[in-house]
Ligand binder design. Structure first.
Ligand SMILES: NC(=O)c1ccc[n+]([C@@H]2O[C@H](COP(=O)([O-])OP(=O)(O)OC[C@H]3O[C@@H](n4cnc5c(N)ncnc54)[C@H](O)[C@@H]3O)[C@@H](O)[C@H]2O)c1
Length: 254
């Protein structure tokens, strides 16, 4: 058991399935009281019933106040996990870009805005952001996803450096492929880039809990991402050429 989360009031957004459901199960198994959010009310309720939690369905952008009430007035841990796997190029519709921005970035900003006053007053709080390796690197064929996940990572980083001396703990989870509905929906690009090294949602929960115990910001369920991230920073043209090679393989296979 991880002492930091025992009896904690935890909110997980987008927890009706996939990574969010795995996080909800793990927090519950560690003795936390869990609010399970999802746009899909039936799926939220099914997971909440399974883990002995409370379902708070709805858009992840606007549930902090209801979730806080459901937890008796205090949110200790907030997992901004709901996300859209918005694919497409620069030509993706404005609506696709706007939705990706709204769910993948602004929902995190709005949650933090609602949570920070109480956390700063208490001198503690934990914000977990399910970003993606695409937030450190990129995702072939998915411009809105890649750009907004960079935004999510930047926001998590900014929160951490701004409030860590005031008791805020932030974790940014950056996996590559994880076997969920989102991976299935990612089509041939996901098949090429993500599926070969895909892990299970439970592995993501394990990585987060190891990171919580070690008080670590960056959570890499795929350890090799650290090397790719280093290469992107240190040798950008070499890294871009390598990624373009993958792009060309994807184009040839389509
Ligand atoms: N599956 C992967 O390969 C992978 C890799 C890296 C990061 N991620 C990230 O993990 C997170 C979870 O994705 P997943 O793979 O479990 O996908 P998923 O599609 O299985 O689950 C996402 C859940 O979020 C819900 N959701 C969508 N918009 C919402 C909103 N506005 N409010 C509340 N709920 C909403 C959906 O109904 C769904 O149940 C996402 O942020 C995703 O970008 C996934």
């Amino acid at each position: 058991m991880v002492e930091a989360v025992r009896d904690a009031g935890v909110v997980v957004t987008g927890a009706g399935g996939g990574i969010g459901a795995a996080l909800a199960r793990r927090f519950a198994a560690e003795g936390a009281r869990v609010v399970v959010n999802d746009l899909d009310a039936d799926r939220a309720k099914a997971v909440a019933d399974e883990v002995g939690g409370i379902a708070v369905p709805g858009d992840a952008s606007a549930i902090v106040s209801e979730a806080r009430d459901a937890l008796g007035g205090t949110v200790d841990v907030y997992c901004a996990n709901a996300g859209l796997g918005s694919g497409g190029t620069e030509a993706a519709e404005e609506e696709v870009w706007a939705q990706a921005w709204d769910v993948n970035v602004m929902a995190h900003v709005r949650a933090a805005r609602a949570l920070l006053p109480a956390w700063l007053e208490r001198g503690e709080g934990r914000f977990v952001s399910t970003v993606s390796a695409a937030g450190l690197l990129t995702m072939i064929g998915a411009a809105p996803y890649s750009v907004t996940k960079h935004g999510a990572y930047a926001f998590a980083e900014w929160l951490s450096l701004t409030y860590r001396h005031r008791g805020l703990r932030v974790h940014a989870i950056c996996p590559q492929g994880v076997r969920t509905d989102m991976l299935t929906a990612s089509g041939s690009a996901g098949e090429l880039v993500l599926a070969p090294t895909a892990i299970d949602p439970e592995d993501v929960a394990d990585a987060l809990f190891a990171g919580i115990e070690e008080d670590r910001f960056l959570i890499l369920p795929h350890a090799e991402v650290a090397g790719y991230y280093q290469s992107r920073a240190g040798e950008p043209d070499r890294w871009l050429a390598g990624m373009n090679h993958i792009q060309q393989r994807w184009e040839a296979a389509r």
